[in-house]
Design a protein around this ligand. Structure first.
Ligand code: C2E
Ligand code: CA
Ligand code: CA
Length: 691
């Protein structure tokens, strides 16, 4: 048979290939959008994607047709051409829907490839039919079948690739480009195979040629519209995926913020350890677990000894740094499954699962040792120690409150018995707490019942052993327990605030007694101890002035003793109060000097006129050359700062001799005179004067 010879416009062929590749890329991209979107958005992406992809495939086909020319005029029937477009869109919609399913088993893939391949072939041959050739186009059977096989195979490959590329993977863009080129080539291959199958018998003519949309401007129009649609679709897709990515980032950071908030609410900001809230929760869990499994665990309360002094002397920054270091050492001392919490201040709590009964003791011992090693915080060498109280479940309590209270009581017991150690809870400790309560109750009454009294300890001038004054020391004559020393009740009284009333009474009583002695011709002065709470009270200067005035005592006959630790606690505030007192003419003595952390700078600015070397140093003088060095350093310091130096706790002639030689101004101690009631004082002093 003779057929019409045909030819192709190379530029349009190239265009058709480019459009096919671009359409494939768009299709793959849309498939990804449909797969990751949800609900209504997914439907929109499916519709838009099917439209863009269908239009792309169809226009590739149509441009390929336009590239084709026969030696007779050609045209295309509009309704049939439009039908071929609809077929392309429908096939694309089906394909997109298919690859967005959860799974794509081989059977479904094969069926999909078949349907989509058939769709593309249908589009192609419908498009051919739009030429309305007379007589009809004849197809070479082998090439015709090959074109359909290519359509099905290309569809299968496209579906499979699109399914695998639904979700973003690291190099998704690059893989998608490669896949688009392969798909584009396959679609184009199908088209031109189909074209090669077509034979136009000699003498045929195109019935659509006259109804005629003519071809050249149609080609331009189709290319421009298609490219515009595809570009638009891609742009929207890229924008949307950016937005989706940004939304994902936002959602992630929101989740992170939530997590952080939760962490903040349950952890201590400084040490990052669990706080009280989380501790209570963990304790509840531990109780439940141990109850279920008949297990045991230990609850430990740990408090630092000497932390306050560090804080007072170096400020909160150093104190905070120290707490962080302490938390680190605790962390290193326990196992990962144990809970460490910080209750605030210098209080830590641990929950330890127990293997054997010795477990708690060995952990506590390890912790005490670890904390006992010196710390370096901001170049300051600091030392603190730990006191630990241990309560065991179920022996010492089966519920939270009981366990906490008992561990706390054990901790106080550890503190009372020398600090730097640990202590298991015992029932007697609660009894102890009871007794303390009773004592405070009694103390409240003691004032009104007149059970408080003062003893006086003489203070001697070092070189000539002459009495220069007395220190007033508080005693409590308890109706049942007899004479009680201030150390047994002052801490408690300080905590309850009772110390204020007591302090007022002491000040007044000491001044009254001094008036009596001065009236008897003694030129002594009196020293009175101030508690930290008294010292912090704004009315202190008035109280002092009131007591002096009431008894007609000159201010220089009264010395107020405050401990070094108290004076340094809030150094600036101390300065203000001390200056007021000093301005009144009252003497100021820094008591227990050497036990706290004084900053030399503040010491220099303090309007004190006396330093009292702590009796701990004096006591050790004979055995310990370190203490001798410290004492001589303090004496030298005092002399430089023009302070009078008092050594207290002098018990042996050797100490007296040594302290005198070092240059102490005054001495005080059992060797020279014990504290005695006021009535006995003159006798002690006269006896001494004879010495
Ligand atoms: P402090 O101010 O260091 O008083 C000296 C303490 O050492 C007194 O104990 C005294 O009896 C004791 N002492 C004196 N000489 C010797 C000695 O040679 N060897 C030994 N080992 N000890 C000696 P006291 O009377 O039991 O007072 C203890 C602490 O109670 C005082 O220490 C002081 O800080 C406080 N205190 C006493 N009375 C008052 C008071 O009226 N108000 C306030 N706020 N505190 C007071
Ligand atoms: Ca004192
Ligand atoms: Ca002292």
């Amino acid at each position: 048979m003779l057929v019409l010879s045909n030819s192709y416009n190379d530029v349009l062929v190239l265009c058709s290939l480019l459009v096919a590749i671009l359409a494939s890329y768009t299709a793959l991209d849309m498939a990804g959008r449909v797969a990751t979107a949800q609900g209504r958005a997914a439907r929109w992406w499916l519709t838009g994607g099917a439209f863009a992809m269908g239009l792309g495939i169809w226009s590739m086909h149509f441009i390929g047709m336009l590239a084709f020319s026969l030696p007779i005029p050609l045209g295309y029937d509009l309704p049939i051409t439009f039908a071929s477009l609809l077929i392309a869109i429908a096939a694309s919609a089906f394909a997109l829907w298919l690859v967005c399913q959860q799974t794509l088993p081989w059977g479904r893939l094969a069926l999909g490839a078949l349907l989509m391949g058939a769709g593309i072939a249908a589009m192609h041959y419908t498009g051919m039919a739009a030429m309305r050739m007379l007589p009809g186009i004849r197809y070479v059977p082998s090439l015709f079948v090959l074109s359909i096989v290519i359509a099905v195979a290309a569809s299968g490959a496209a579906l499979w690739i699109a399914f695998r590329l639904r979700f973003a993977s690291p190099h998704v863009k690059l893989i998608r480009c490669g896949a688009a080129v392969v798909m584009g080539l396959a679609i184009v291959g199908m088209h031109y195979t189909g074209m090669a199958a077509a034979q136009f018998p000699l003498g045929s003519f195109c019935a659509a040629a006259n109804s005629g949309i003519s071809t050249s401007w149609l080609a331009m129009l189709v290319i421009v519209v298609t490219l515009a649609v595809l570009a638009f679709a891609l742009m929207v897709s890229v924008l949307d995926s950016r937005m989706a990515a940004r939304t994902a980032v936002l959602a992630a950071s929101l989740a992170e913020a939530n997590h952080e908030l939760m962490h903040l609410a349950l952890h201590d900001n400084l040490t990052k350890l669990p706080n009280r809230l989380l501790l209570e929760d963990r304790l509840e869990q531990a109780i439940r677990k141990a109850g279920r499994e008949h297990g045991r665990f230990a609850l430990m309360f740990m408090d630092l000894d000497g932390f306050k002094a560090v804080n007072d002397a170096y400020g909160h920054h150093v104190g905070d740094g120290l707490l962080i270091e302490v938390a680190d050492r605790i962390r290193r001392g326990v196992r990962a499954q144990d809970t460490i919490a910080r209750l605030g201040g210098d209080e830590f709590v641990l929950i330890l699962e127990l293997g054997g009964p010795q477990d708690a003791a060995s952990v506590a011992e390890k912790l005490v040792d670890a904390i006992d090693q010196p710390f370096t915080v901001q170049r300051h060498a600091l030392s603190v120690s730990a006191s630990i109280g241990i309560a065991l479940f179920p022996d010492d309590g089966i519920e939270q409150r009981e366990l906490m209270a008992n561990a706390d009581a054990a901790m106080y017991h550890a503190k009372d018995t020398g600090r730097n150690g640990y202590c298991f809870f015992e029932a007697s400790m609660n009894a102890n707490a009871q007794a303390q309560l009773q004592l405070m109750h009694d103390l409240r009454l003691a004032l009104s019942r007149g059970e408080l009294l003062l003893h006086y300890q003489p203070k001697f001038s070092a070189p000539n052993a002459r009495v220069v004054g007395a220190e007033a020391l508080l005693r409590w004559n308890h109706p049942q327990r007899g004479l009680i020393s201030p150390e047994a009740f002052l801490d408690q009284a300080e905590r309850s605030g009772l110390v204020l009333q007591i302090g007022d009474w002491v000040l007044n009583e000491a001044c009254r007694q001094m008036r009596v002695w001065r009236d008897a011709g003694r030129d002594w002065s009196i020293s009175v101890n101030l508690s930290a709470l008294q010292f912090a009270h704004a009315s202190l200067p008035q109280t002092v002035a009131g007591a002096l005035e009431r008894h007609g005592l000159a201010p220089q006959h009264l010395t107020l003793e405050i401990t070094e630790t108290t004076a340094m606690r809030d150094a600036e505030a101390s300065l203000v109060i001390l200056r007021q007192l000093a301005a009144m003419g009252v003497g100021i003595s820094i008591d227990d000097f050497g036990t706290g952390y004084s900053s030399l700078l503040y010491l220099k600015r303090l309007p004190a006129n006396e330093l009292k070397i702590d009796r701990g140093f004096v006591n050790e003088l004979a055995h310990d050359s370190d203490d001798a060095a410290i004492v001589s350093a303090i004496v030298a310091l005092g002399q430089t700062l023009n302070l009078s130096i008092v050594a207290e706790g002098v018990e042996t002639p050797a100490q007296q001799e040594f302290l005198t030689r070092l240059g102490c101004d005054s001495l005080q101690g059992y060797l020279l005179g014990r504290p005695v009631p006021a009535d006995d004082f003159p006798a002690v002093v006269c006896g001494d004067a004879a010495r």
